[in-house]
Write a protein that binds this ligand. Structure first.
Ligand code: T6T
Length: 324
């Protein structure tokens, strides 16, 4: 009996070995579809994804649209599906409009993981309806990020006055949640008034001119929250053009290279840096784990680094400035 058990253990061991050898032999192709290609956030995400792909011997394809728009992202996704990658990582540009296009990938047997943004309500693999089929969601906690921005801006403006959110457009999971967290946090700051949100369609020039009109209507404006890279850059440019640097205070989401100079000059008070490279890295690792038979976490939360004048020279902080 003893001999038999030993033999059984040996065969199980051998087949496990062969199984893993087989998995290691296959060179997987993983596609990463960003929100748009020319955004420091997604460029940094690509770098992290490439680092994981190199470590794991994966072929990584980076393909995206030139603007943050479901209408231009969907044909890119269709083209990627046609190439039949082993897995798709995508930052869907709309919670609703990317559901059906991504369903096509899932129906074709291509595992889908969303990075940065989610579809539906972001509760995947929960039986919660039409949009829960992606395997995992890897991203920042955007509600928390909005709260952090609110606290910092409240502090900068002495806890009173008018503020507004410069945002992309409704329907984007990340920026919707940042605004939600921001407004919710400010409910406990009774002397701060939140004006109507300005939607800039991810166009920094539009965000800058919107600042001018809000400021013209509200010369007592105290602060602005730029809910993503282009919203923040645009709003800050607006503040500068209006000669209000350091007077109208700015809390920025995201940390492109230009953020350093803007914080140092006092134009921007704080920047909430996401960890896009970490998102990309764990995106590829998760896809690879799934493709080699492991179960994977249904969501992975990545961190923030909050930057201001006091900590920017710390290399543990400045390493989170988005590398392009
Ligand atoms: O803020 C990021 C990203 O998290 C968001 O979903 C879209 O905008 C950025 O890419 C910055 O431009």
């Amino acid at each position: 009996k003893k001999v038999l058990t030993a033999f059984a253990a040996l065969t199980v061991g051998a087949s496990m070995l062969m199984g893993s050898a087989h998995a290691a032999d296959k060179k997987f192709t993983i596609a990463l579809i960003p929100g748009l290609t020319t955004d420091a956030f997604y460029i940094a995400m690509h770098k992290g994804a490439q680092a994981a792909a190199d470590a794991l011997g994966v072929n990584l394809v980076f393909q995206g649209a030139p603007d943050f728009n479901p209408v231009t992202q969907t044909p890119v996704l269709d083209a990627v599906i046609a190439r039949k990658p082993d897995a798709i990582l995508i930052a869907p540009t709309d919670k609703v409009q990317l559901v059906q296009p991504l369903k096509k990938a899932a129906d074709a047997g291509i595992p889908v993981i969303t990075v940065d943004t989610f579809i539906g309500n972001g509760q995947y693999q929960s039986g919660s309806g039409e949009a829960d089929f992606p395997l995992s969601y890897i991203a920042s906690d955007n509600i928390l990020g909005g709260r952090i921005a609110a606290r910092a801006l409240a502090k900068a403006i002495g806890d009173k006055g008018k503020v507004y959110v410069s945002n992309v457009k409704p329907g984007v999971s990340t920026t919707d949640q940042r605004e939600e967290g921001f407004k919710d946090e400010l409910k406990s700051h009774p002397n701060i008034t939140v004006l109507e949100t300005q939607f800039n369609d991810d166009d920094a020039n539009k965000a800058a001119s919107q600042f001018q009109s809000v400021f013209a209507r509200n010369p007592d404006l105290a602060g602005v929250f730029g809910a993503n890279l282009f919203s923040a850059l645009g709003a800050a440019n607006g503040v500068e053009q209006a000669g209000q640097s350091g007077k109208v205070r700015v809390a920025a989401f995201d940390a492109p290279a230009s953020i350093v100079a803007n914080i140092k000059s006092g134009l921007i008070d704080i920047a909430i840096a996401q960890h896009p490279s970490e998102i990309g890295y764990y995106g590829v690792v998760s896809a690879y784990a799934h493709l080699t038979g492991q179960s994977i976490p249904v969501s992975i939360g990545t961190g923030f680094t909050v930057m201001d004048k006091t900590n920017l020279d710390d290399p543990n902080v400045s390493r989170f400035v988005y590398k392009e």
